[in-house]
Write a protein of this length. Sequence first.
Length: 434
Amino acid sequence: MPCFFNSNNMLQPAEIRANKDLFTERLKKRGLEDIELTLNQILSLDDERKSTQQSLDSTLAESNNAAKEIGMLMKQGKKEEAEQAKAKAAELRDKSKEIGTKMSGIEEELKSLLYNVPNVPHESVPAGQSEDDNEVVFQVPELPEIAEGAKPHWDLIKEYDIIDFDLGNKVSGAGFPFYKKQGARLIRSMINFFLDEAADAGYIEVQAPLLVNEDSGYGTGQLPDKEGQMYHATADNLFLIPTAEVPITNMYRDVIVDENQLPLKNVGHTPCFRREAGSWGAHVRGLNRLHQFDKVEIVQIQHPEKSYEALDEMVKHVEELIKKLGLPYRILRLCGGDLGFTSALTYDFEVYSAAQKRWLEVSSVSNFETYQANRLKLRYKGSDKKKQLLHTLNGSALALPRILAAILENNQTPDGIIIPEVLRPYTGFDKITL
RNA sequence: AGAGGAGUGGCAGAGUGGUCGAAUGCGGCGGUCUUGAAAACCGUUGUACCGCGAGGUACCGGGGGUUCGAAUCCCUCCUCCUCUGCCA
């Protein structure tokens, strides 16, 4: 009954019904101890929805019949009888409107419950509360030694005059730096390098819009919960993208893919805009957190049975990039408590910054299974002609500023900053010097 | 941005208040014929939800309204086309 009940669920009630115990157990990995209550609420509300729909449908059926009857009577010229029937039909209409209102109420409630249930974690996801419980699945055996007099990148960028935060402050505000000279050139080089690598791996390149509409925000799950994270152009009700995932994944909103065209692989470079309200502090100095930054994003749409193969492939891809850049890194499997709302399994890549003595997150690779696809109505048609939800995946490959920070800090020498070899064909110089 | 036109099933395209989920053509699928193919002919062919089923409901760009009844009338928004203007 689309007029009242066109909902964008995330998990589907039928799915929950069929897997209640499993879902309950898995969702508890996120620390949602009372999730079972919520699921029960959803199921009983879903029952109520069904029975209400039945009574609505039958009322509408009566009403339709009555209307047809009036039509017949009018044709036969039986005006008085028609008038009488009209009164009855009007009653039916009022009744169906009433039930319809009730129905929308139930739908609303159901939707808001469903919106608040995050994706079901994959079985390999460790239970846990915070980032401390993330599982380190790989780490380079040795961390680089801290050289004598090594400087953090916020000092280096001033020394070499390649990034200017003060200028950004003047022109825009905090978190909007200017990249200059070799810094600007290096950013552009990395973008090209990352895009070329993705193209070699079979990703189709796209240049995506940077402003998206509300539907797209809902499609990938930034709305309704995280609107505070996005810049909102209210005059036109458009949102500045926080990641290329939003426009690229939404290319496939309301799409039915032929099974043999899978997987769909896209890559795009975009600036990303994040308000980062309330998340500033001493540990986010310099390039560590920005309102605008560049990122190359890879996105895959995959068959449900092959999505974890695809996830592994993406993880490999990202790992290769970091290796080629020669940066010390580790790979984390996020625990339930740290896992994003819409993700079933996420691997984070962190690069070690010797000068800051900390790990910097430079990529996040996730499988969303059907969670986004359900909102997107993204399905495939199999050989049996049935339409089924697809799996969506994405990953940063890579986020630029922190990679830049890591290169600056790890590759500093007394006579300049060494450019990783793979980037030299793009930069045209092999060292950043004074 | 202004003026005008238009949005109907996979596509094309009829339908301007009542048995219209929607003619017709093309395409798709199945069949007849054929050694095979084409042609011709016959049949079939949207989606979602509810129901064990029979069946029911909803959907003609989106939303709202008028009416007993809307693809059809009204309001509003969106998109596309043409002309004019502007602009990288």
